[in-house]
Design a protein around this ligand. Structure first.
Ligand SMILES: Nc1ncnc2c1ncn2[C@@H]1O[C@H](COP(=O)(O)OP(=O)(O)OP(=O)(O)O)[C@@H](O)[C@H]1O
Length: 216
């Protein structure tokens, strides 16, 4: 389902990030562990097609993501990926409900109201539809970001530091929801983190350890 081969990304002549080869089956869970600067965010950006490899390949369901043209990449990303970013990027001026309409609007699709209602109820945020992001707790905002990632039933879910700045209870909750959502839909789940707590909360996951970045 997800495969890396000889994967590298060069930011500058001095900074090149290299990744171990990997092969994941559909529905597998992967934990990407590594210290700050080891390349976790770079790897997620390469999988999502937001960066292109300088060498090697990322293949998702056989598609070589780096070889897609920009517009095809956007369409592929919208149809395949759910992304839970480290900074949640909820639009502050829009209600929760309007924030959740955005993935459909951006994809040029009609807004699927019943699907939004179902996902909101499932994640326990059905009563928050009219709130603005600043009126949410951190844990509630995480649930909204997760709802946004799940709306279009992605086959691959990427989460970047989903437990950063969360206390134990909220972090267990966030991880549990991610795992449950992936398991229920059969999606492949990739979680990048430097949070050691996560290893206990994602049992059975494959682990990819990234080496610390070499000193410049
Ligand atoms: N735009 C950039 N230009 C130059 N170097 C960059 C750029 N973005 C990242 N890097 C470098 O690439 C390496 C990997 O960075 P990356 O952000 O992927 O690490 P990370 O493991 O996600 O770190 P963190 O846990 O701190 O978010 C680091 O050495 C970083 O300094």
């Amino acid at each position: 389902m997800l495969e890396f081969q000889n994967l590298r990304h060069r930011y500058t002549p001095q900074v090149e990030v290299r990744f171990p080869d990997l092969r994941l089956a559909h529905g597998d869970h992967l934990l990407v562990l590594g210290a700050s600067g080891s390349g976790k965010s770079t790897l997620l950006a390469l999988i999502a097609g937001l960066l292109s490899p300088t060498s090697g390949h990322v293949r998702v369901e056989g598609t070589d993501v780096g070889s897609l043209r920009a517009s095809a990449r956007d369409a592929w990303r919208g149809a395949t990926l759910g992304f839970v970013p480290q900074r949640l990027h909820l639009s502050p001026s829009l209600s929760v409900r309007r924030n959740l309409e955005l993935p459909f609007v951006c994809a040029g699709e009609h807004v699927d109201g019943p699907r939004i209602a179902t996902v909101m109820d499932h994640l326990g945020i059905g009563a928050l539809a009219h709130r603005r992001p600043h009126e949410l707790s951190v844990g509630q905002a995480h649930r909204v970001a997760l709802a946004r990632a799940l709306l279009r039933e992605p086959r691959l879910i990427l989460a970047d530091e989903p437990t950063a700045s969360l206390d134990d209870e909220a972090a267990t909750d966030a991880l549990g929801l991610l795992r449950q959502a992936a398991t229920e839909t059969g999606a492949t789940l990739v979680v990048a983190t430097h949070d050691r707590r996560v290893t206990d909360w994602l049992p059975g996951a494959h682990v990819l350890r990234l080496a610390a970045a070499p000193a410049p």
